[in-house]
Design a protein around this ligand. Structure first.
Ligand code: 5GP
Ligand code: MN
Length: 349
């Protein structure tokens, strides 16, 4: 038995939508990660197994190649590629599940369609501070992943039996990726009770690990070497490290989506580095990824300096300007707020 985390009235309300709805759309955040795709496809397989034949997954933009083995991935509609079709699906949906994001801003260009839709919106998410835009808001930041919440949601509706192998594989993938393969946010015993149930559904967890983590190109590994040798700056006084990459550098290594995945975690293997930031140039903005170990809240750094947010130990943000200016903002921020000096950020607002 696993603990009842999600409030009963939320389960019952969402269950009614599931029972009565005919057309469903599942949306998730921009630059979808393993938990976004895993939770969305997990729910997709459940609804399909339940007998719903009008279920779609819509994502704002493309997702990495190493998730393109997941059962159902070919059915995912990418808004950036098919905006009219995606928006029509959203307009026509009786129920819209909003997974792994807490505010419309996180779905970027998909936001107007989702917010204007007449269908009932249900949020299932584990980020702090959920915005009020859904009829049912299941928001539990203590959960390791949205995928774990999808598992709990299905079980609480009394439909555990409808979790098939495909559904289980997607849920497992999300749980695995959002915990760095169970190396952070993963001390709750019930996570392993759930994994045990997923294995009983027939998944091969070792194979899933390999499919996600060991399918990279030679050039990505060389780019990683370049990053570590030439591009990593360590700030010993502040227990911090920074990695930067320009578009030109990424092109030199034949960058494809997902190639820089995990780079931000690398400096955390240095003793005394408790805060790592990766600043990377994108087409029309600069993307910031932040990670910490221990108590340092990198999401506060992200929101104060890079208009972002996320979890205490894993967050992100963006910067509109040059790479050099983003680095200057980071270094200025680091001066006043670092694992060695966690003053109240408001003092510096
Ligand atoms: P990543 O570094 O993998 O892109 O993002 C890590 C986490 O930070 C995500 O799971 C998400 O919670 C959060 N995050 C990433 N980018 C942003 C952003 O631009 N804004 C906010 N609010 N959160 C972000
Ligand atoms: Mn997540």
């Amino acid at each position: 038995m696993i603990t009842k985390i999600i409030h009963e009235e939320k389960i019952q309300k969402a269950k009614k939508y599931v029972e009565k709805g005919e057309s469903f759309v599942i949306v998730t955040h921009v630059t979808p990660d393993g938990d976004a795709i895993g939770s969305a496809l997990g729910l997709y397989h459940f609804l399909t197994a339940y007998g719903k034949d009008n279920v779609a997954v819509v994502v704002p933009n493309d997702f990495p190649q190493f998730y393109k083995w997941m059962p159902g991935h070919k059915e995912i509609v990418i808004h950036e590629k098919y905006p009219d079709f995606a928006e029509q699906l959203i307009r026509d949906a009786d129920v819209i599940f909003c997974l792994d994001f807490n505010e419309p801003k996180r779905i970027e260009r998909l936001a107007p369609a989702v917010v204007a839709a007449e269908g009932r919106r249900v949020m299932i998410d584990h980020h702090l501070n959920p915005a009020d835009f859904c009829r049912v808001t299941m928001s539990y930041p203590e959960m390791s992943s949205t995928s774990e919440m999808v598992f709990r949601f299905i079980c609480r509706m009394g439909m555990f039996d409808l979790i098939n192998k495909d559904c289980a594989a997607c849920i497992y993938t999300g749980m695995m990726t959002d915990t760095g393969s169970f190396t952070y946010n993963s001390n709750k015993p019930e996570i392993y009770t759930i994994i045990s149930e997923l294995i009983k559904k027939g998944i091969d967890k070792d194979l899933i690990y390999r499919k996600v983590n060991q399918v990279y190109s030679e050039s990505r590994l060389r780019m990683m070497g370049y990053v570590l040798y030439e591009k990593m700056k360590v700030y010993p006084e502040q227990n911090a490290a920074l990695i930067t990459l320009s578009l030109e550098e990424m092109n030199r290594f034949h960058y494809v989506t997902g190639d820089t995945e995990g780079f931000v975690n690398l400096p955390l293997s240095i003793e005394n580095v408790a805060f790592s930031v990766f600043i990377r140039e994108d087409k029309d903005y600069v993307k910031i990824s932040l990670r910490s170990v221990g108590d340092f809240p990198c999401n506060q750094f992200a929101s104060r300096y890079f208009n972002g947010g996320g979890h205490k130990n894993a967050s992100g943000g963006e910067f509109h300007g040059s790479l050099a200016d983003a680095v200057a903002v980071f270094e200025e921020g680091l001066r006043v707020f670092n694992p060695n000096k966690t003053e109240d950020l408001n003092k510096h607002a």
